[in-house]
Design a protein around this ligand. Structure first.
Ligand code: AN7
Length: 350
């Protein structure tokens, strides 16, 4: 049967009431792409089998749709009229889309000047009420947690357990796509730490084996790596510009249980992996999404992770078109030539 979204596919694993409406955009079922050229760059001659779980191909361009289909379905079932979230951008775009589909009012708080253009454009198009706050994501999360306690407004950040119920299905898909087994290592960016927590739930629940988790944080926004709140997080990877992750303890528990690692990578390392993904594999992601790959490269180089003969999955969390500004800033801009054959021949024969 045609794919109708992850609730339909995995309903037996998701504790939604039978009478709950299913608000879906047919999210999930994203490709697991073999990345041999990238593997050869980062671990030559080791037989590393590297795969990319391309979550940017979800309906609003990020992995957030997995959790949002469930959270908005549950909010609609509970009779909510308004949903709210704080966001670095992707949660906001996803909430806005699913809320539109469910006919709910949607309010999103974003950090002023620190949301990528594609995310803002999408939120506005979906008709969300976008509020720019003079502060960080962490300030926004504090505000929406407060307001949802005293007003009849459903909070759809990943502190909402229904979000994880949807996001854990990424682990189910990876196991299925690998022929019924978990990878040896599972690498991903860590911001508010919802996704790493959800993947670990998913692997445990699906029982096809357990990978070791490798989390990557940006150097200027690495509270879990440093073991302390970062008051003013900074990174070019604005999606993970988060200094006090809501699911911090759960992420640490998942890392411990999986015998995993968490490490920080510089913006330069993130952008280098971001560039390699596009130029070696044809996979265009937003910068934050390359953080898992950058963390993998770093840990292999340091000798903390032996890639020999291993199956390793990197989750690419958001699409490249989310952040066109960074892509253009990083690029050599197109050259201009006269519209003549002579000029073109001059270029191709250089
Ligand atoms: C592309 O949208 O927090 O560790 O408000 O957009 O589960 O937070 C985004 C997070 C990784 C980190 N990659 O995931 C938000 C938000 C991308 C992201 C993360 C985010 P979590």
């Amino acid at each position: 049967m045609a794919w109708q979204g992850l609730i339909q596919q995995y309903r037996a694993h998701i504790p939604l009431a039978a009478a709950a409406p299913v608000i879906t955009l047919n999210e999930g079922n994203t490709p697991l792409i073999r990345a041999d050229r990238l593997a050869e760059q980062i671990a030559p001659g080791t037989g590393l089998q590297l795969y990319l779980k391309y979550e940017g191909l979800n309906p609003t361009g990020s992995f957030k749709d997995r959790g949002m289909t469930v959270a908005i379905s549950q909010a609609a079932y509970e009779g909510a009229k308004t949903v709210i979230c704080a966001s670095t951008g992707n949660t906001a775009a996803s909430a806005a889309a699913y809320a539109a589909r469910a006919g709910l009012r949607c309010i999103v708080l974003v950090p002023e000047g620190k949301i990528a253009l594609g995310k803002l454009a999408a939120c506005l198009a979906y008709g969300a009420e976008v509020i720019s706050i003079e502060g960080s994501f962490d300030d926004g999360l504090r505000l929406v947690r407060g307001i949802s306690q005293s007003y009849p407004i459903a909070l759809v950040n990943s502190v909402n357990p229904w979000r994880l119920e949807g996001q854990k299905t990424g682990a189910f898909e990876i196991c299925d796509q690998l022929g019924g087994r978990a990878p040896d290592w599972h690498c991903l960016p860590v911001g508010n730490a919802g996704n790493i927590s959800a993947y670990w739930l998913g692997y445990k629940e699906y029982s096809r084996g357990w990978p070791r988790l490798l989390g990557g944080q940006a150097e200027g926004a690495a509270p879990i790596v440093r073991g302390r709140v970062i008051e003013k997080p900074e990174t070019i990877a604005t999606a993970i510009r988060i200094g006090n992750p809501a699911r911090w303890q759960q992420a640490v528990a998942a890392l411990d249980e999986s015998d995993g690692l968490i490490t920080d990578v510089s913006d330069e390392q993130i952008l280098s992996s971001w560039k390699q993904l596009a130029s070696l594999e044809g996979v265009f992601v937003e910068p934050a999404s390359a953080t898992g790959v950058a963390a993998l490269q770093k840990e292999i180089a340091l000798g903390h992770l032996d890639p020999t003969g291993k199956t390793i999955v990197c989750v690419l969390t958001g699409h490249g078109l989310k952040d066109p500004d960074t892509a253009i800033k990083m690029a050599t801009l197109p050259r201009s030539i006269p519209a003549t054959m002579e000029a073109l021949i001059g270029v191709v024969s250089e």
